[in-house]
Design a protein around this ligand. Structure first.
Ligand code: AMP
Length: 158
Protein backbone atom coordinates (compact mmCIF):
# COMPACT_ATOMS: atom_id res chain seq x y z
CA UNK A 1 0.00 0.00 0.00
CA UNK A 2 1.21 3.51 -0.81
CA UNK A 3 0.47 6.19 1.76
CA UNK A 4 0.23 9.88 0.95
CA UNK A 5 3.62 10.56 2.52
CA UNK A 6 5.22 8.16 0.08
CA UNK A 7 4.08 9.79 -3.16
CA UNK A 8 6.69 11.49 -5.27
CA UNK A 9 4.71 14.74 -5.42
CA UNK A 10 4.29 15.01 -1.68
CA UNK A 11 7.96 14.33 -1.12
CA UNK A 12 9.17 16.87 -3.63
CA UNK A 13 6.53 19.65 -3.78
CA UNK A 14 7.15 20.68 -0.20
CA UNK A 15 10.80 21.11 -1.07
CA UNK A 16 10.13 23.56 -3.87
CA UNK A 17 12.06 26.72 -3.20
CA UNK A 18 10.66 30.05 -2.23
CA UNK A 19 12.34 33.42 -2.24
CA UNK A 20 12.29 33.36 1.56
CA UNK A 21 14.31 30.15 1.69
CA UNK A 22 16.85 31.55 -0.73
CA UNK A 23 17.17 34.81 1.24
CA UNK A 24 17.91 32.82 4.38
CA UNK A 25 21.09 31.54 2.72
CA UNK A 26 22.32 35.01 1.67
CA UNK A 27 23.82 37.90 3.59
CA UNK A 28 21.04 40.33 4.46
CA UNK A 29 22.83 43.30 2.90
CA UNK A 30 20.85 45.31 0.38
CA UNK A 31 23.26 47.56 -1.49
CA UNK A 32 21.45 50.75 -2.38
CA UNK A 33 22.11 54.23 -3.72
CA UNK A 34 20.19 57.52 -3.70
CA UNK A 35 18.54 58.89 -6.88
CA UNK A 36 20.59 62.10 -6.73
CA UNK A 37 23.92 60.27 -6.42
CA UNK A 38 26.13 60.14 -9.50
CA UNK A 39 26.75 57.29 -11.90
CA UNK A 40 30.39 57.64 -10.91
CA UNK A 41 29.50 56.75 -7.32
CA UNK A 42 27.35 53.85 -8.55
CA UNK A 43 30.22 52.46 -10.61
CA UNK A 44 32.49 52.60 -7.55
CA UNK A 45 29.98 50.68 -5.43
CA UNK A 46 29.32 48.08 -8.13
CA UNK A 47 33.07 47.47 -8.39
CA UNK A 48 33.72 47.42 -4.63
CA UNK A 49 30.80 45.10 -3.86
CA UNK A 50 31.31 42.99 -7.00
CA UNK A 51 27.64 43.15 -7.96
CA UNK A 52 25.72 43.96 -11.12
CA UNK A 53 22.92 46.24 -9.92
CA UNK A 54 21.94 48.66 -7.19
CA UNK A 55 18.50 49.30 -5.78
CA UNK A 56 17.71 52.99 -5.76
CA UNK A 57 15.99 54.17 -2.60
CA UNK A 58 15.13 57.55 -1.12
CA UNK A 59 16.33 58.65 2.32
CA UNK A 60 13.36 56.88 3.90
CA UNK A 61 14.35 53.61 2.25
CA UNK A 62 11.45 53.59 -0.25
CA UNK A 63 12.21 51.84 -3.54
CA UNK A 64 12.59 54.34 -6.39
CA UNK A 65 14.27 52.30 -9.09
CA UNK A 66 17.04 49.93 -10.07
CA UNK A 67 20.33 50.75 -11.80
CA UNK A 68 22.22 47.92 -13.42
CA UNK A 69 25.57 47.75 -15.16
CA UNK A 70 23.61 47.36 -18.39
CA UNK A 71 22.02 50.81 -17.94
CA UNK A 72 25.47 52.29 -17.43
CA UNK A 73 27.03 50.55 -20.42
CA UNK A 74 24.16 51.70 -22.63
CA UNK A 75 24.60 55.31 -21.48
CA UNK A 76 28.38 55.15 -21.91
CA UNK A 77 27.75 54.34 -25.59
CA UNK A 78 25.10 57.03 -25.97
CA UNK A 79 26.91 59.86 -24.16
CA UNK A 80 30.63 59.08 -24.38
CA UNK A 81 32.73 61.00 -21.89
CA UNK A 82 29.65 62.51 -20.20
CA UNK A 83 28.06 59.63 -18.34
CA UNK A 84 29.83 59.47 -14.99
CA UNK A 85 28.67 62.89 -13.69
CA UNK A 86 25.01 62.12 -14.52
CA UNK A 87 22.60 61.22 -11.74
CA UNK A 88 21.43 57.75 -10.91
CA UNK A 89 17.85 58.97 -11.38
CA UNK A 90 18.52 59.86 -15.04
CA UNK A 91 19.76 56.37 -15.78
CA UNK A 92 17.77 53.99 -13.59
CA UNK A 93 14.71 51.95 -14.48
CA UNK A 94 11.88 53.33 -12.36
CA UNK A 95 9.26 50.70 -13.06
CA UNK A 96 10.75 47.95 -10.95
CA UNK A 97 9.40 44.42 -10.99
CA UNK A 98 9.58 43.02 -7.46
CA UNK A 99 8.80 39.73 -5.82
CA UNK A 100 7.67 38.76 -2.35
CA UNK A 101 9.29 36.30 0.08
CA UNK A 102 6.52 33.76 -0.44
CA UNK A 103 6.92 33.66 -4.25
CA UNK A 104 8.23 30.46 -5.75
CA UNK A 105 11.70 30.58 -7.26
CA UNK A 106 10.50 28.96 -10.46
CA UNK A 107 7.98 31.78 -10.87
CA UNK A 108 10.64 34.41 -10.15
CA UNK A 109 12.96 32.80 -12.70
CA UNK A 110 10.22 32.87 -15.36
CA UNK A 111 9.56 36.55 -14.67
CA UNK A 112 13.26 37.37 -14.97
CA UNK A 113 13.57 35.48 -18.25
CA UNK A 114 10.40 37.05 -19.69
CA UNK A 115 11.43 40.54 -18.55
CA UNK A 116 15.06 40.06 -19.67
CA UNK A 117 16.60 41.22 -16.41
CA UNK A 118 18.75 39.46 -13.84
CA UNK A 119 17.87 41.22 -10.60
CA UNK A 120 14.72 41.34 -8.52
CA UNK A 121 14.23 43.28 -5.29
CA UNK A 122 12.18 41.50 -2.66
CA UNK A 123 9.41 43.53 -1.03
CA UNK A 124 7.17 42.62 1.89
CA UNK A 125 4.47 44.96 3.24
CA UNK A 126 5.91 47.82 1.16
CA UNK A 127 9.31 47.27 2.77
CA UNK A 128 12.42 46.28 0.84
CA UNK A 129 13.74 43.10 2.41
CA UNK A 130 16.25 41.66 -0.05
CA UNK A 131 17.54 41.26 -3.56
CA UNK A 132 17.78 38.09 -5.60
CA UNK A 133 19.72 37.56 -8.81
CA UNK A 134 19.16 35.06 -11.58
CA UNK A 135 22.44 33.41 -10.52
CA UNK A 136 21.20 33.00 -6.92
CA UNK A 137 17.93 31.49 -8.09
CA UNK A 138 19.48 29.04 -10.54
CA UNK A 139 22.15 27.93 -8.05
CA UNK A 140 19.67 27.45 -5.19
CA UNK A 141 17.13 25.64 -7.36
CA UNK A 142 19.80 23.34 -8.80
CA UNK A 143 20.98 22.28 -5.35
CA UNK A 144 17.36 21.69 -4.33
CA UNK A 145 16.78 19.54 -7.42
CA UNK A 146 19.92 17.54 -6.60
CA UNK A 147 18.58 17.03 -3.08
CA UNK A 148 15.17 15.98 -4.44
CA UNK A 149 16.79 13.53 -6.85
CA UNK A 150 18.74 12.00 -3.96
CA UNK A 151 15.55 11.68 -1.91
CA UNK A 152 13.79 9.93 -4.79
CA UNK A 153 16.73 7.55 -5.23
CA UNK A 154 16.63 6.74 -1.53
CA UNK A 155 12.87 6.09 -1.74
CA UNK A 156 13.39 3.69 -4.62
CA UNK A 157 16.33 1.89 -3.04
CA UNK A 158 14.52 1.85 0.28
P1 AMP B 1 19.99 43.33 -15.55
O1 AMP B 1 19.88 42.19 -16.49
O2 AMP B 1 19.37 43.02 -14.23
O3 AMP B 1 21.39 43.85 -15.44
O4 AMP B 1 19.10 44.53 -16.11
C1 AMP B 1 18.76 44.72 -17.47
C2 AMP B 1 17.82 45.94 -17.55
O5 AMP B 1 16.63 45.67 -16.79
C3 AMP B 1 18.35 47.25 -16.99
O6 AMP B 1 17.80 48.30 -17.74
C4 AMP B 1 17.82 47.29 -15.56
O7 AMP B 1 17.63 48.61 -15.07
C5 AMP B 1 16.48 46.61 -15.73
N1 AMP B 1 16.08 45.84 -14.54
C6 AMP B 1 16.86 45.07 -13.77
N2 AMP B 1 16.14 44.49 -12.80
C7 AMP B 1 14.88 44.90 -12.95
C8 AMP B 1 13.65 44.67 -12.26
N3 AMP B 1 13.58 43.85 -11.21
N4 AMP B 1 12.53 45.31 -12.69
C9 AMP B 1 12.59 46.11 -13.78
N5 AMP B 1 13.69 46.36 -14.48
C10 AMP B 1 14.83 45.77 -14.08
Amino acid sequence: MRTHSQTISSNTAQEEGTVQRLLATKSGDIISILPQDTVSKAVGILKEKRIGALVVTDEAGALKGILSERDIVRKLAETPGQTLPQTVEENMTSKVVTCSPSDSLVDVLKRMIDGRFRHMPVVENDRLCGMVTIGDVVQFRLSELEHEALQLKQMIVG
